[in-house]
Write a protein that binds this ligand. Sequence first.
Ligand code: SF4
Ligand code: SF4
Length: 259
Amino acid sequence: MTIHFSCTMCGRCCNGLRLPVGVDEAIAWLRGGGDVQMFCEAIPWPEDPAVDNLPAWYKHRRSFSATSGQLPLRVIVSFMATFEGPCPNLQPDLRCGIYERRPRACRVYPAEVNPFFQVDRAGKLCPPEAWQAEGILQNDDGEWSDPEVAQAVVGMREADARDARVKARVCAMLGIAMGGLSNEGVVVHAPERGRLLAALESALDADSAVGDTNAGWSIVSNRKATLELLRSAGTVSLGASEVGSEGISYMGFVVGDSE
Ligand code: SF4
Ligand code: SF4
């Protein structure tokens, strides 16, 4: 189905955001004085899936290997540029002050990077009139109509895959080893800006072998049934309330009932 869209320049997608950024973009954001958080999710991965399980292989491509107790995991770390209120780059006329070098996610929105996700208009910040425009976001065949959007989608996927090992090293360097159970929630780590920047710059060193497989991860959930299941599988698992310390919090996507 063709999806019509034209940006109305309303500026909503530039306010109060957590903006997914690649390693290169995270470094630029931090150097510019911005904040970056790390959203960590853990996927139990006892064995590789069938070759035709493309959604699982997509997750594999953007994750690194780890273990929790006896259980192998894949860990997805998403760097999020964060800001309360308007983006520091948003100009009074609602134009982007770094338009030519804005993050790939800003070029993509409201398209989807994950090839297994459909565009959900209700989940986007764009006003109704943006979806009633003559312009086209996505063609009948699923291709993005705007070449810049298509290029940014590919760029984000490539960065996700390229960055996975660097993220493993950053976690090892910063002692980050706690993730939310995938699809239920994430553990948000907010390292101090200078510390994170130094770790990122160091982790980019291709000779560094630190953290290519990270052991000793804990999986966090806010659901009792989930925790019981995880513990019975030999993992080290924590209730959501147990992660609360400075710079670390849990963000649940489901209603919880755990300690
Ligand atoms: S970098 Fe530019 S496009 Fe991206 S959120 Fe900020 S103002 Fe908006
Ligand atoms: S929320 Fe949608 S319509 Fe508004 S500026 Fe962002 S992309 Fe454009």
